[in-house]
Design a protein around this ligand. Structure first.
Ligand SMILES: Cc1ncc(COP(=O)(O)O)c(C=O)c1O
Length: 361
């Protein structure tokens, strides 16, 4: 058997007629930049998430930049985040001249551990960026109460978690600003790069809309130093189609996760832990195993692709050497990065495939 990790081709074939029609319509109109599909998607995203404002942008990375720029993050500011995430979370902090300050993660959820936050706060701290890793929000009430107490902003990096919930609210409603990514392999993906920011603040929404188009207030009048951060009309048209089917696809992802868990729960493997306050969209189904490299090789031989999210925590990355962290600073993130391994995850994995993957494993 040969298993597909994200099975994007299958999904395209499933919705081909609708997607092709949506693409054709954009091509016919040739309204490639800020065409009407952009506003339609933003409206649909607002309806889906319950967030008052959804603003599409060029990627999940640029969504983080827009959020920090809107909150006036400046050179010399400090932002606390997790070392166990994709590079973009901390890279964008550094890109703006601010300093990423890491706090270790929770051993069960792998999200930032709120009990480690306060010791990291200094007079320069401006914001906290929790990441909803693998699709599950962090312990947001605790994080928010620490932020409120110290007058800090919260940006939720929801690149992996569109549609997840925390205490019944979608994670696009958490923090001052929440972001997401429509990278193709994300639970809600487009056919290239795309992303969005969400907020319930009219002021921040207006500012981010302006920052996304070079900080302009009206054509050729520029209020802020902004960026070219728009999402293409074509990509918005594609996400509009996929969003219609997203609830169903999400339920299927969650079913796949349940099926994996049911078979693997008595084995010598640490399975995903989903906190009772949250739902996960299972961007990844990541397990912890011993002798990971050997296991990955064996699985590959049997046609089962796996991935590691992420093999090296950010405080040990070469690009962050200047922050002077060393091995041992964040022992939980370091240990998990040695053991974590993601199994094939998409809504369309069949029962036979799950049986095969778990048997070989
Ligand atoms: C946690 C996290 N943040 C940010 C990003 C960046 O998103 P994009 O690839 O759309 O720029 C990703 C994408 O992999 C991510 O996983």
């Amino acid at each position: 058997m040969k298993i597909d990790f994200a099975n994007l081709q299958y999904q395209y074939k499933l919705y081909k007629d609708e997607i092709d029609e949506a693409i054709d319509e954009v091509l016919e109109k040739s309204n490639y930049i800020m065409g009407e599909e952009v506003a339609i998607l933003e409206n649909n995203l607002e309806k889906f998430t319950g967030a008052q404002y959804a603003i599409t942008c060029s990627s999940g990375t640029d969504a983080l930049l827009l959020a920090m720029m809107a909150l006036d993050i400046q050179s010399g500011d400090e932002i606390i985040t997790t070392p166990f995430t994709f590079i973009a979370t901390a890279e964008t902090i550094a890109f703006l001249g601010a300093k990423p300050v890491f706090a270790d993660i929770d051993e069960k959820t792998y999200n930032i551990d709120p009990s480690k936050l306060e010791e990291k706060i200094s007079s320069k701290t401006k914001a906290i960026i929790p990441v909803s890793l693998y699709g599950q929000p962090a312990d947001m009430d605790v994080i928010q109460s620490i932020a409120t107490k110290h007058n800090l902003k919260v940006i939720v990096d929801g690149a992996q978690s569109f549609g997840s919930t925390y205490k019944g609210k979608t994670d696009s409603n958490l923090g001052d600003i929440s972001t997401t990514s429509f990278f193709p392999a994300k639970p809600l993906g487009c056919f290239g790069d795309g992303g969005a920011v969400f907020t319930n603040s009219e002021e921040l929404a207006t500012k981010m809309k302006s920052l996304r188009v070079h900080g302009q207030s009206k054509r050729y009048h520029h209020k802020y130093i902004g960026m070219g951060g728009r999402m293409d009309t074509l990509q918005c048209a594609i996400v509009n189609v996929k969003l219609k089917h997203y609830k169903k696809d999400l339920a299927l992802r969650q079913e796949v996760a349940e099926k994996y868990t049911k078979v693997l729960k008595d084995k010598d493997i640490v399975l995903p832990f989903i906190d009772k306050n949250t739902t996960s969209v299972f961007a990844q189904y990541s397990i912890r195993v011993k002798e990971r490299d050997k296991l990955q090789t064996k699985l590959k031989e049997k046609g089962i692709p796996t991935a590691v999210h992420y093999p090296m925590p950010l405080h040990l990355q070469e690009c962050f050497e200047y922050l002077n962290y060393t091995k041992g600073d964040f022992p939980i993130a370091e240990q998990i990065s040695q053991e974590i391994m993601s199994l094939p995850m998409n809504p369309y994995i069949s029962d036979d495939e799950i049986a095969y993957i778990t048997k070989v494993l």
